[in-house]
Design a protein around this ligand. Structure first.
Ligand code: E4P
Length: 217
C-alpha cells in the first residue's frame, strides 16, 4: 500500500520523505490556503521532495478551463498529477489528459457509480473521501469495499486513493480491503507508529539496560 501525505506543509513533507515511507503527496485548494504559500511555488518545491505523484488541483469548472489550467500545472514537473473534480467536465478532462499520458486524480468521489465513471475515463487515481462520508452519516469504508469490488470485476487499472482519512482505523480498514493508496494528514502517518505497549516496552528495556552498566560502542 502506498502512503501519500495530504498536505502542502513543506517541513512535514521533508520530514516524512526522509523516513523513506512517503510515496507521494496530495494537495487541494484548502490545503494551499492553509499553507499561506504561492500555489505554483509550493507545488514545485513539493515535486522536488518526492519522486512520487504530487496532486495539484484545477479550479476551473468547465472542460476548456480545466485543460488550460492543467497545461500550466503539468509544466511544473514530470511528477505532477492533475486533480479534477468528479463532474462530467472533470471526467472529460480526465479522458483527454490520460490519453496524453498525464496522471490524473479524480477527486471528491462519494459514490461507487462515480468511481466507475472515473475508471472508464481512464483515471490514474480515484479519490473517495471517507471522512466526509462518515461525517454525513454514511460508512466511508463501505464505499471503498464497493469500489474495490467493481474495479476487480472489470480489471480496471485505476488506483483507489483513499482520501479524507481522519484516523489510523481508516488506514487499517483500507489496507484490509486492498485499497492501493492512502493519503493522510502527516499527524495520522505518525500515529500509525504509536502503540502504548511499544512505549512501555522501551521504558522497561531501557531501565534494565541501565542496570547492566554497559554501553554499545
Ligand atoms: C484528498 O486528496 C483531499 O485533499 C483530502 O483528503 C480531503 O480531506 P478532508 O475531508 O479532511 O478535507
Amino acid at each position: 500500500m502506498q502512503f501519500f501525505a495530504d498536505t502542502a506543509e513543506i517541513d512535514d513533507i521533508k520530514e516524512l520523505a526522509s523516513t523513506g515511507l512517503l510515496d507521494g503527496v496530495t494537495t487541494n485548494p484548502s490545503l494551499i490556503h492553509k499553507s499561506g504559500r504561492d500555489f505554483m511555488e509550493v507545488t514545485r518545491e513539493i515535486c522536488e521532495l518526492t519522486d512520487g505523484p504530487v496532486s495539484a488541483e484545477v479550479v476551473a469548472l468547465d472542460h476548456e478551463g480545466m485543460m488550460r489550467e492543467a497545461e500550466v500545472l503539468r509544466k511544473i514537473a514530470d511528477n505532477v498529477c492533475i486533480k479534477v473534480p468528479l463532474t462530467m467536465d472533470g471526467l472529460k478532462t480526465c479522458n483527454a489528459l490520460t490519453r496524453d499520458g498525464t496522471m490524473v486524480n479524480v477527486t471528491l468521489c462519494f459514490s461507487a457509480n462515480q468511481a466507475l465513471l472515473a475508471a472508464k475515463a481512464g483515471a490514474t487515481f480515484i479519490s473517495p473521501f471517507v471522512g466526509r462520508h462518515d461525517d454525513n452519516g454514511f460508512d466511508g469504508m463501505d464505499l471503498i469495499r464497493d469500489i474495490r469490488q467493481i474495479y476487480d470485476n472489470y480489471d480496471f487499472d485505476t488506483e483507489i486513493l483513499v482520501a479524507s482519512i481522519r484516523h489510523p482505523g481508516h488506514v487499517l480498514e483500507s489496507a484490509l480491503i486492498g485499497a492501493d493508496v492512502a493519503t493522510m494528514p502527516p499527524k495520522v502517518i505518525r500515529q500509525l507508529a504509536n502503540h502504548i505497549l511499544t512505549d512501555k516496552g522501551i521504558e522497561g528495556f531501557l531501565a534494565d539496560w541501565e542496570k547492566t552498566g554497559q554501553k554499545i560502542a
